[in-house]
Design a protein around this ligand. Structure first.
Ligand code: ATP
Ligand code: MG
Length: 445
């Protein structure tokens, strides 16, 4: 009897949800964003259920600042949209509504069911590995809780009553600092292999340990990531890299064998001492910036992650006799092509990555107009930061970085004085180029 009571209190018994009234938790509606509060108010005024759910409830309970607010409701998307002046219906896999309130976007989703549909209907479609391809089955609050990924992500907060509703022992797991998947781990990871990446990211970000049963099948199921569309992997990878815990996440991804489907080249890179040092420094620097609230550039980060692979391909081509700059260009193509098959880095990012990479040999030129021109390059600052990382990892001489640091901070006169004399090789090259158009060759008689 007592045992049962304890299980009930801990939320282990699935006899209805655990409902925690306002005086049993520290969460109040004042902690919600104005947008989230407004959306819930409007939905409730129209007789609909409205709960804050997911990351926001979890983070507030952990006394962390939430990233965004997700609302779950029993109103259908087409019922939600007309209630707000600025609202958009989005999503293909799940239809949800984005409500814009001031500068904030609040995501409103209708309760969804987790069970496969009865045969013959097309609302839920799975592939041969069990991955859910389409899923638009509306359901109850209870069903909505069951289809969520982790117990700590299935906590609902109702602003009207300030009650926390817990169907899957999320509160107890938060207390134990455990990340546990809801339901059978293998089935849930097969439905959506990205959940394995989410587990790693959330555990690192929240300082939770992944529950043993949740973790058990991950290594075996890691290859399922290959069936996930590269664009979705890119989104998830970006979240992971910008979480402020990229170093810890990447280490764990590698331990679980999850990196193979994401950054196929990472193993190779981390196996070379210089490469490992470079990536480790880049991630540590990124984490420090994120945690200090400073902006970080995803392009810089991906450029860093792949640099030693570019470097290896570049050197190999040079050895085969290709001209240095041509070889670098081809090496960049080669690496990006291979990488984007798995994880689709967006074009905008790859363009910047190329600029940063292509700028690196230009830092070797410390004489004449070239050095001055490089200062004017659009991505100079990013390129220089990249050079600094290369110097810190021991790949290039520290005095090269020091020179560029001093050069960019100097006034025009000092800069001119700093320029190194043109080397013979450069002079010869320039003279040859100048001569070309000036001396037309007479046709042989
Ligand atoms: P954060 O926003 O801090 O990265 P989050 O948990 O809020 O973390 P979102 O991607 O915003 O992550 O998702 C919101 C909620 O939707 C989650 O808390 C979870 O309940 C549910 N969810 C998200 N992705 C999945 C998934 N792949 N499978 C099942 N439920 C998911
Ligand atoms: Mg969220």
């Amino acid at each position: 009897m007592i045992k049962r009571f304890i299980r009930r209190v801990l939320g282990l018994e699935q006899k209805g949800p655990l409902r925690l009234p306002r005086d049993k938790h520290h969460l109040s509606r004042d902690q919600l964003s104005p947008g989230a509060r407004k959306v819930c108010e409007v939905l409730a005024q129209h007789g609909f259920a409205a709960h804050v759910v997911g990351g926001a409830v979890r983070d507030l309970l952990l006394r962390l600042p939430p990233k965004d607010f997700d609302i779950a409701t029993d109103a259908r998307p087409e019922q939600v949209k007309p209630l707000f002046r600025r609202a958009l219906l989005i999503g293909r896999r799940f239809r949800i509504v984005h409500v814009m309130i001031g500068a904030e976007t609040v995501e409103v989703s209708t309760f969804r069911a987790a069970q496969p549909e009865t045969e013959g209907t097309q609302a839920r479609v799975q592939d041969e590995h069990g991955r859910v391809l389409r899923d638009n089955v509306f359901g109850t609050l209870e069903e909505d809780a069951r289809r969520r990924d982790f117990s700590v992500n299935a906590l609902y907060f109702e602003p009207a009553t300030e009650e926390v509703i817990d169907y899957h022992g999320g509160l107890a797991d938060l207390k134990k600092r455990t990340l546990r998947i809801i339901g059978d781990p293998e089935t849930r990871f097969r439905e959506d292999p990205v959940r394995m990446l989410r587990a790693v990211r959330l555990a690192a970000k929240l300082g939770l340990a992944i529950d043993a049963a949740t973790r058990a099948p991950v290594k075996r199921l890691a290859p399922l990531l290959e069936s996930v569309p590269p664009a979705r992997l890119f989104d998830e990878m970006l979240k992971l890299l910008l979480s402020g815990h990229a170093s810890a996440c990447l280490r764990q991804l590698r331990d679980e064998g999850l990196h193979k489907g994401l950054l196929p080249l990472l193993d190779v890179i981390l196996d070379q001492p210089l490469g490992e040092r470079f990536v480790t420094l880049a991630l540590a620097q990124t984490d420090a910036r994120v945690l200090a609230g400073k902006p970080v550039s995803p392009a810089f980060l991906f450029a860093a992650l792949l640099w030693h692979e570019v470097l290896a391909a570049w050197r190999a081509r040079e050895k085969r006799g290709e001209r240095s700059l041509v070889a670098l260009d081809a090496a960049m193509d080669e690496v990006l092509e291979l990488q984007c098959e798995k994880l689709a880095i967006t074009r905008k990012l790859t363009a910047t990555m190329r600029e940063v990479w292509a700028m690196q040999p230009r830092f070797e030129q410390r004489s004449g107009q070239r050095a001055l021109r490089l200062l004017e390059a659009l991505r100079f600052r990013m390129g220089y930061d990249f050079l600094a990382l290369r110097a810190a990892s021991g790949e290039v001489a520290a005095d090269l970085e020091a020179w560029w640091r001093a050069f960019q901070g100097a006034d025009p006169d000092t800069r001119r004085a700093m320029l190194l004399p043109d080397t013979g090789a450069q002079k010869r090259r320039r003279r040859r180029r100048r001569k070309k158009p000036a001396a037309p060759v007479e046709p042989a008689a």
